[in-house]
Structure formats: C-alpha cells, structure tokens
Design a protein. Structure first.
Length: 338
C-alpha cells in the first residue's frame, strides 16, 4: 500500500493506493454510505462497522473538500481526497492539515487494512512467528497465562499475511525460518507506514542485534528464552500502545519544522530538527531516525535521499517527502510518498 500527497494550487490532494482485489463499479457507489460494506471479495465476509469511509467523507466535506474512489477489480483501489489550504496563520493551517490527514488516512487504512479484532475480554493480541512448534507452544502457554491472546505463524510470509487481515498489538519474531526469514519480515513490516508502529521483538539463536535494530525492531533477545525478562518487555511495549519512533524533521523554514515537531511529540514520538542539508545528514548519522520528513525540493537540491541511503545503518530509513507546486510550475508533479 502507498500514500501519495501533492499540493495543486491551494488544494492538497492525498491518495491512499492498494494493490488488492479492487472494488466493482457498482460497489464503489456504496462505500461512502453508512453501514454499507462491500466485504472481502474472496470470503464475502465484511469486517468492521461500515462507518470508516462515511466518517472520512464527513471530515472532508466539513472542511469544504471532496473525497472519491477509483478502483479496478483485480488491480486495486485508489482512495483520494482534496482539501483547500486557507488560513491567515500558516502554522495553524499546517497543524490542522496534519491532524485532519492523519484522521482521514487512519479511517481509510482501517477500511483497506482491517484493524485488530479484540476478543470479548479486551485481551491484547500477540503474534508469535517461529517455525519451531515447541517454541510456539511454549510461548503461547506463557503468554496466555499473562492474559494475552496469542496468534501463530510458521514463517515471515505467513506473518505478513496475517497482519494484513488482523493487526496484532505486538509481534515476536524468529530469524531462521523457511520461505521468509525474520529479518526480511521485519524489513517489510517496518517499511510499511501502516505497520511500522507495531512493536516487534526478535527472539532467535542468531546473534545480530545491530542488524535487527537497524531494521527498526524494538527488542532483541537470543535463545534460550529468558521468559521473565521477555514478559517484562512485552508488558512495557503493549502498554505503550504503539512503537514510538524517532523522526528527523528537515526544512529551511523554522515555523514548518516546529509545527510538525509539535504534532509528532504530542503523539509520543521523539523528534530531531534540522534546517539545512549538512545539518540533516549529520543528524541522520548521529541520531539514526526511523523516519525523515523533508521538503521534496530541498531534498532533491541537496541529494539527501541518495546520500543518506548509502550510509550504513540508514538503508531502511523511511522518507516522507513534502512537496508543493511553485508559482513557476517548475515541477508540478512532485508527490509525497511514504
């Protein structure tokens, strides 16, 4: 799944694109109706309340915007909305847009990627990924005794498939597995904006903590299992709700950096600020952020993405490129990809 954003005149256009099974033209007319669902084309079993997209529509139209869908069966869907950016105070405008975009994207995300379904007792769910049945059974027994609900997967590919249909609160991941190993699975999950915040604990005989932490995992344990310490860290991570991230925000305009930083800090993320190309590269090397938010034109001018990607330990950092059309329309097609 991909999110793209671009400024066109005084309109911000955001698109959330997936490559799933798509939605028929007939069903496209229903997705914004309350309590209407088109379900899963494979199982024909709708999920959720049917309110996610209608809420998006209300938010967008409340701000004078539009929302629409383009979809082709067998190829995927493109949910898009546009908002007019108007405010006497540009900082207030930016903060309102950031908050509204997050709310809308979350609702669309929940429509395309179903949220975790809690059981009736409200237990938190842990996905245990290991090809060793004995290890899975041992962890399941220990975790259920701590009042967690446990799901299982035998390899990384199976884990990613499960996360797409039912989002867990935390993932325990082995490394040496067939089909897809744990490092590859962690890379996929931590480079997807819709799963990046799921805490991941690696539990393996492979001792390569540096690689694990470079990929963005939250904890790294080596077998044999220290059950007491593992449970302690699981309790800490699940109580936080999400995996907090370190974000490097880069822009020549201090007001832009401060506004974005304020929103991110309020949501529990650690923020590092930079105001020029040299400062950005130096702080990326020293702070090792999980994500870099940077103006697209500024990034291109200083070749930031390419420079940072070649740094050891920063190969998998997630870039969020902010772009807008300038008055001369030098580059009218700049997009934000994450």
């Amino acid at each position: 799944m991909t999110c793209k954003a671009k400024l066109k005149g005084d309109h911000l256009i955001v698109s959330i694109i997936d490559t799933g099974s798509g939605i028929s033209k007939e069903d496209q007319e229903k997705v914004f109706d309350k309590f209407k669902q088109v379900g899963d084309t494979l199982t024909d079993k709708p999920k959720g309340t049917g309110l996610g997209l209608p809420i998006c529509k209300q938010i967008v139209e409340h701000h004078g915007g539009e929302i629409w869908i383009e979809s082709t069966l067998g190829k995927g869907s493109n949910f898009s909305f546009s908002l007019t950016i108007q405010s006497r105070d540009p900082d207030v405008s930016r903060k309102m847009i950031i908050d509204d975009i997050e709310a809308i994207v979350n609702h669309i995300k929940d429509h395309v990627v179903p949220a975790r379904k809690s059981d009736q007792t409200g237990k938190k769910t842990i996905l245990v990924v290991d090809d060793d049945t004995h290890i899975r059974n041992l962890l399941k027994q220990e975790l259920e005794s701590e009042d967690y609900q446990v799901k299982e997967a035998k390899n990384g590919l199976e884990a990613i498939s499960q996360v797409k249909t039912e989002r867990p609160d935390l993932i325990i991941l082995d490394i040496k597995m067939p089909i897809m190993n744990g490092f590859d699975a962690a890379a996929v999950l931590k480079n997807n904006p819709f799963t990046v915040d799921i805490p991941i604990i690696i539990l393996s005989i492979v001792e390569d903590k540096e690689r694990g932490y470079r990929l963005g995992v939250d904890r790294y344990f080596t077998k044999p299992i220290d059950t007491e310490e593992l449970i302690k860290e699981i309790n800490i991570l699940t109580s936080q709700g999400v995996s907090p991230k370190k974000v490097l925000v880069v822009d020549e305009q201090e007001s832009t950096v401060k506004t974005i930083a304020e929103v991110l800090k309020a949501k529990g993320h650690q923020v590092v600020e930079a105001y020029d190309g040299k400062d950005c590269i130096e702080k990326a090397k020293s702070s090792r952020p999980d994500m870099i938010i940077i103006d697209a034109l500024f990034s291109k001018e200083h070749d930031i993405v390419k420079t940072i990607r070649f740094e050891k330990g920063l190969e998998n950092v997630l870039f969020f490129l902010l772009g807008e059309e300038n008055k001369e329309n030098v580059n009218p097609s700049k997009e934000t990809n994450f």
